[in-house]
Design a protein around this ligand. Structure first.
Ligand code: GLN
Length: 486
């Protein structure tokens, strides 16, 4: 890795402003990393070689002042719309679909001076935890090529972890930013539900989906999150309240904060080294002046069942539009019905079909009350319990995942075990809360371990205070990130 691809966002900004370096050389250096590493990692579905260099050239004529992401290369999960670019969602059905408009986040990135360098691989329609459900390719974990990078934003996580981009965006419906961030040893955040506009994000489960950043450290994460956040008239679910400033708090420390850690975490089949880092996190926060207490996490035992009812129900409705008429590669048939069957039967992969079937089932008359309506009640209960819990505590600190990255193929025939990898993340989406995963350390096998920090709705800034404190103590980037100086 050359030095140009080592800089954090704030270092880049400092050097750009002094004109010591320019966006063209930085973008070219990253593109070179992609050309070198991506044949092995396979994180990218498309790389925008020409337009990225052109855009960097245009930026050289502009004043970096007021552009927090000036000359910062960014990759996007391929369920985020960029005008006139392919938007495949990892699906054969959309292999030829181009987006007619930019997502709001893309618009914001460009206004902030970012350079979009390409689209990254994902589980088809963001359904999965390993990126193996992509119709196009299997992405490898940069720490161990036999392991998955997690999912569904596995391409974005692997791209950042292998130094091919400093920033990538992902989407998180039940953990798809935080889980791959944990598996790949990087930082990944989702804001409070409604913090970031979903306009131009292909919908999976609209009441749970959020876009967020994957970065090398918490400072970069905060800078990008500040750019992405804010009300958007094009997404009526975005929050009206102004987005909080995040960067400042990172240095503030945790003095006086009340932190809950999960009681009886070992009962959740968590790997031992992960428990150890969780304990270390608790000790660090205590030492730095926070009060740390064990607390039961209400509803966690129901959260996976609840999530997989709500998410599949919404998905079955959201994916109805891929019928070969409105959207998707049409595969003809003798009748209209046959055309639909061919288009959807051949276009969708196995996992997506499983979700559509499940979702249609839980919404069908006769089963609606037993499944969907009941899951909604569980959701209300979970939301209420956390509102109460957060009256007592400022933050929850817990593992992001019960295991480190698993092997490619290990869970692909066992959906239930795959779904279990969301046990610590999916409830956060159900409750609509902000959460961030930061890298804590590595296991004896050399695989990264993530710690997750969760705050009450709207309290992202508080969350990043703890993230900053833990990051300084773990000093993961300096010690472990491939290519970083030690
Ligand atoms: N792994 C979860 C699922 O398969 C979460 C996906 C996501 O957050 N997009 O649904």
């Amino acid at each position: 890795m050359s030095a140009l691809t080592d800089y954090s966002i704030s270092e880049l900004q400092r050097l750009y402003k002094k004109r010591e370096i320019g966006p063209v050389e930085v973008v070219k250096a990253y593109l070179q990393e992609i050309d070198l590493k991506d044949p092995l990692v396979r994180a990218f579905l498309e790389v925008f070689h020409e337009s990225a260099v052109m855009r960097a050239g245009e930026l050289e004529e502009m004043d970096p002042e007021g552009m927090p992401l000036y000359g910062v290369p960014v990759a996007l999960k391929d369920n985020i719309s960029v005008k006139d670019r392919l938007l495949t969602c990892g699906s054969a059905l959309l292999s030829q679909y181009t987006s007619p408009y930019d997502a709001t986040v893309v618009h914001k990135l460009i206004e902030a001076g970012a350079v979009i360098v390409g689209k990254t691989n994902l589980d088809e329609f963001a359904m999965g935890s390993s990126t193996e459900n992509s119709a196009f390719q299997v992405t490898r974990n940069p720490w161990d090529e036999e392991c998955t990078p997690g999912g569904s934003s596995g391409g974005s996580a692997a791209a950042v972890a292998s130094g091919m981009v400093p920033v990538a965006l992902g989407s998180d419906t039940g953990g798809s930013i935080r889980q791959p961030a944990a598996f790949c040893g990087i930082t990944g955040m989702k804001g409070t539900y409604g913090r970031v506009s979903r306009y131009g994000l292909v919908a999976f489960a609209s009441s749970l989906d959020q876009i967020g950043p994957l970065t090398r450290d918490i400072n970069d994460c905060a800078v990008v999150m500040e750019v992405l956040s804010g009300h958007d008239p094009k997404d009526s679910t975005t929050l009206e309240s102004p987005a909080p400033g995040l960067v400042q708090g990172i240095e503030e420390g945790v003095e006086g904060l009340k932190v809950a850690v999960p009681a009886g975490i070992a009962g959740w089949q968590v790997e031992q080294p992960i428990i150890e880092f969780q304990e270390e996190a608790a000790a660090v926060l205590q030492r730095e002046g926070a009060t740390v207490e064990a607390a039961g996490l209400p509803g966690m035992e129901m959260s996976i069942a609840c999530y997989y009812i709500l998410a599949t129900a919404e998905a079955s409705s959201n994916l109805a539009r891929y019928d070969g008429v409105r959207y998707g590669n049409r595969i003809e048939g003798a009748t209209l019905r046959e055309m639909y069957e061919n288009t959807r039967g051949k276009g969708f992969g196995e996992e997506v079909k499983r979700r559509i079937l499940l979702g249609t089932y839980v919404l069908s008359s006769g089963y609606y009350d037993a499944y969907y309506a009941r899951a909604l009640k569980v959701k209300s209960m979970i939301c209420e319990s956390y509102r109460k819990l957060f009256k007592k505590y400022d933050l929850i600190v817990m593992p992001t995942t019960p295991s480190t990255a698993f092997k490619i193929g290990e869970k692909s025939d066992d959906p239930v075990s795959m779904y279990h990898s969301d046990i610590f993340t999916a409830w956060v989406n159900i409750a609509g809360l902000p959460a961030v995963s930061i890298p804590a350390g590595i296991s004896a096998e050399g695989l990264p371990i993530g710690i997750q920090i969760i705050a009450s709705a709207g309290e992202e800034a508080k969350m990043l205070r703890a993230a900053g404190t833990l990051e300084r103590s773990f000093s993961f980037r300096r010690r472990y990130l491939p290519g970083a100086d030690s």
